[in-house]
Structures are given as structure tokens and as C-alpha cells.
Design a protein. Structure first.
Length: 492
């Protein structure tokens, strides 16, 4: 997670006029440039459209930056002589060779003599192989300086396809060149998990099966499909969220202390967690699909009524499950995960529930028996964490109340850099700490592919709820599994 000034380089975005580039990548690069963190980096947008040129592309990008809420100084920082466009046509070998000639000309023109290049594939997954092959055949997978390849998720759709994609990637690029981006890992609170655990003796000493009763991870969305039906149907919540985002969070929570704070050591410990995970019991997996309901005061339609979704679709929009990490630290501690669309609120949280005190001293006073403390780490929408502890409520009769001791990043540090801004700077600095290794991808798919092959029952749930009632069957006996605070309450 280096903050050094990047070396002079070219940053080439395949899909430079696409939604991801306009909403996330180009605004992140503009903010970095305005903050003088980008160094002497020139950005090149690449698409098949040969009608664009540098000037028309800069106008398009300026409009996108304005729509993203960037100010004039930030827009000007990128939409100048540092922003370029290249139309690659049909993507033949000659087209890729012409791209190579253009990149070399830009480097000579602007004194970027090291030939440092980043290729960002902001493309549909089916375009990854042909783009990698085109780069390699034109000799663009190597340079006199460094060459880096950034790949967006999904990294395959099951174990077989993930292995095939890794094989193709490694055919043309070395693993140390590849940056598999999962934007969740760029969130400040996710990075803070490592600091929180390993810089505070109090928590690391409690971070084990002797003190922790359960770990619960929720990534919920109140939105439905929008215009993504063509992509989402046939993908579902397990592929879209669980295999990547949530599993990455789980490995950071469960990993052992790394030998050093660098990419190789951290990745090694994350892979050890994945190798330690027991096969998932299908009876401990609940799938759901949202029906019509009310979300944020608005009546919304069910999944099968969404435009572009077949009326017979069995794609899950919700999944909850119980996982086990069978190693010395965590054996016997259940890890619960939940993710879904059209739920009651948008929220990403990790809840670490500590064990109850061995004897309830206050039972005779009529106080509640459930005195377990909960550490709640919020990734969105209000980044921070809170420790929920029992205190005595004032007055009589004698009663206890669980209250949060909280910290919010925005209150202490003000505006937080967007995840892509952090991740793109790390790519330019060659820091792979927050990126996903090929072994992580394979071990994760090995865990979830059996569930994809035997999908089981799809339960209906009302939009605006917290998912199917059947998910309650996962609960710890006599505990409200998902109820931590107001943001994650079960529906009444």
C-alpha cells in the first residue's frame, strides 16, 4: 500500500468509453492527477471506435467527470495533453501493432523513455483472452520497463473456467504482472482490518476460538437489477458477491499474522485460510429470489417481473450460508455470510460476536442473560467500527443495556478516497497487496463450485425484507443471528 510517487508511465484503458471507465476509472485518475499523486502518467483510452480522436475523447471524458461531481480543477488535471485516444478497430494483429506504434510515439513525444505501461481490461470477461493474445502477439506484454495487466472480476464463473482463464493469462503474462482487481479491497475500512487486528494487542489476543463465538459478514443491496438483467441472470448472488467480495473479507478476518506487511506475505496467509475451509454443507446454504415489495417507501416488482428476466429463472438474488475454517485458531467458530438484492438497506458489515461471560452475575437482579459483546466493522455506507458493550442503565429496576462505542472515518478524517483511487495508485506503484492472486481465485472456486452444480431450493422473499425466513434456521440457538444494530435488524 505504497504512497510513493509513481514512475513515468502510460495507463491504457481498453473500454475507455465504457461505463466503468467513465464512472470509476477516469474520475479516480483525475483526482489523483489533481492531487499531484499521478506523477508523469499519460492516460490512453482504447476502443474499437475509430471516429474518436484526442480532442473528442477529452470532451467526452470532461462530461463524464462533471457528471461524477468532479470540480473544474480536477477535470482540467486529466482532460489536457495527458489524455489520449486510440481506436483499435477490429482488433487484428495489425491493429494491435498500430497500438504499439502509437504508444511508442507517445513515449518519445513526452519523454517517457522507461516504457512503463499498464493495460487495464475494462471489458466483458469474454474479451479477456483475445485482448491478452493480441497484446502478446504485438509484443506488448513485455517492454523495456515494466508492463502490468489489470483484470476486473469475474475471474471465471466456476472452477473449470477460472483455471482456463488463469492458464490463458499465464500463457502471456507472469503472475507478478497481473493485478486482479476487487474494488472492496480498496476500501479504507477493509485495509484497516489489518491495522485493527495486528496493531492492537487487545483485539489480536481475543481473535480466536476461545473468545469469539461467531463471525457474520453481510453485503446487502436495496437496489434491484437496473439494466443488468442480461449480465445478472445466470450469474446470481453467489458468483456476483460471495465468491469474490465476501470471501476476500473472510480471509482478511481469519488470516494469521503475516511475516511482514507486503503483498507476498499477506497473500500467503489469505491462501492458507482458503485451504483450511471445510467443504460447505448444502443444508447450511439458503438461496432466495426477491418478490414484489416496498423498498425505501416505493413499491417495486419481483425479480421474475424485471425486464429481461425469464419467467422461469431460478437465479438466486440472495444467499446465506454457514462456513467453517478448520485450523487451530478458528475450529468450531461458525462464519455466517449473507448477501442479496432488494434487501431492507444497503450495507456492508462484519460482526464479530464474542463469547458470553461464563457466569451471569446479574441474573438474580432480573438483567438479561445475553451479555455477549459485538465488534461491528462497517464498510459502507458509513465507514467505521463500533464495539457494542453492556452497561447498567440508570435508575431502577436494575437492567443492562448494550450501547456502541463508535468511530467513523468521516468524523475523524473527513473525505475518504474512493476505492478505485487507492487501487489505481497501487497498480502504478507496483504494489499487489490489495489484489487477488491466482491461487486465491482457484481455492475460492473450489469451495463454491459444488454449490453451483447442485443449486437446491430457491425460496421467495419480500423485497424490502432481510431475505427468506428460512435463513433464520442458520441461527445460533437462542441468539438473534443477524440483529446487531438498527442497520441490520431482522424484519419485525
Amino acid at each position: 500500500m505504497s504512497q510513493a510517487q509513481p514512475e513515468p508511465s502510460l495507463f491504457i484503458i481498453f473500454g475507455g468509453t465504457g461505463d466503468l471507465a467513465r464512472r470509476k476509472l477516469l474520475p479516480a485518475l483525475a483526482r489523483l492527477s489533481a492531487a499531484e499523486q499521478l506523477g508523469r502518467c499519460h492516460v490512453v483510452g482504447v476502443t474499437r471506435d475509430t471516429n474518436f480522436n484526442d480532442d473528442s475523447y477529452r470532451e467526452l471524458v470532461a462530461e463524464s467527470l462533471d457528471a461524477a461531481g468532479l470540480n473544474e480543477q480536477q477535470r482540467h488535471a486529466l482532460c489536457t495533453a495527458t489524455l489520449h485516444y486510440h481506436g483499435i478497430g477490429e482488433g487484428t494483429q495489425e491493429d494491435f501493432e498500430a497500438l504499439g506504434a502509437r504508444l511508442t510515439a507517445l513515449e518519445e513525444q513526452h519523454g517517457l523513455d522507461r516504457q512503463n505501461r499498464t493495460f487495464y481490461l475494462s471489458l466483458p470477461p469474454k474479451a479477456f483472452p483475445i485482448t491478452m493474445e493480441g497484446l502478446a502477439k504485438a509484443g506488448l506484454n513485455r517492454s523495456a520497463g515494466w508492463t502490468r495487466l489489470v483484470v476486473e472480476k469475474p475471474f471465471g464463473r466456476d472452477l473449470a473456467s477460472a483455471r482456463a482463464l488463469t492458464e490463458i493469462t499465464h500463457r502471456y503474462f507472469e503472475e507478478e504482472q497481473v493485478y486482479r482487481i476487487d474494488h472492496y479491497l480498496g476500501k479504507e475500512t477493509v485495509q484497516n482490518l489489518l491495522v485493527f487486528r495486528f496493531a492492537n494487542t487487545m483485539f489480536e489476543s481475543m481473535w480466536n476460538r476461545d473468545r469469539v463465538e461467531s463471525v457474520m459478514i453481510t453485503v446487502s443491496e436495496s437496489l434491484g437489477l437496473g439494466s443488468r438483467a442480461g449480465y445478472y441472470d445466470g450469474i446470481g448472488a453467489l458468483r456476483d458477491m460471495v465468491q469474490n467480495h465476501i470471501t476476500q473479507l473472510l480471509t482478511l478476518v481469519a488470516m494469521e499474522p503475516p511475516s511482514s506487511f507486503d503483498a507476498e506475505a499477506i497473500r500467503y496467509e489469505k491462501i492458507k485460510v482458503l485451504r483450511s475451509m471445510a467443504p460447505i454443507d448444502p443444508s447450511q446454504v439458503i438461496r432466495g429470489q426477491y418478490d414484489h415489495g416496498v423498498v425505501d417507501g416505493e413499491q417495486v416488482q419481483g425479480y421474475l417481473e424485471e425486464e429481461g428476466v425469464p419467467s422461469t429463472s431460478t437465479t438466486e438474488t440472495f444467499v446465506a450460508m454457514r462456513l467453517s475454517v478448520d485450523n487451530w485458531r478458528w475450529t468450531g467458530v461458525p462464519f455466517y455470510i449473507r448477501s442479496g438484492k432488494r434487501l431492507a438497506a444497503k450495507s456492508s458489515q462484519i460482526a464479530v460476536r464474542f463469547r458470553d461471560v461464563p457466569v451471569s452475575l446479574f441474573q438474580s437482579m432480573g438483567a438479561k442473560l445475553d451479555t455477549s459483546d459485538v465488534l461491528l466493522i462497517t464498510l459502507q455506507p458509513d465507514e467505521g467500527f463500533s464495539m457494542h458493550l453492556d452497561v447498567k442503565a440508570p435508575g431502577d429496576p436494575f437492567r443492562t443495556k448494550q450501547i456502541p462505542l463508535s468511530f467513523r472515518y468521516s468524523e475523524r478524517f473527513g473525505e475518504i478516497p474512493p476505492a478505485y483511487q487507492t487501487l489505481l495508485l497501487n497498480v502504478l506503484n507496483g504494489d499487489q497487496t490489495l489484489f487477488v492472486h491466482a491461487d486465491e481465485v482457484e481455492h475460492s472456486w473450489r469451495l463454491y463450485t459444488p454449490l453451483l452444480e447442485n443449486p437446491g431450493i430457491i425460496h421467495r422473499y419480500r423485497a424490502g425484507s432481510w431475505g427468506p425466513k428460512e435463513a433464520d434456521a442458520l441461527a445460533i440457538p437462542e441468539k438473534q443471528l443477524w440483529q446487531i444494530d438498527g442497520a441490520l435488524k431482522d424484519e419485525a
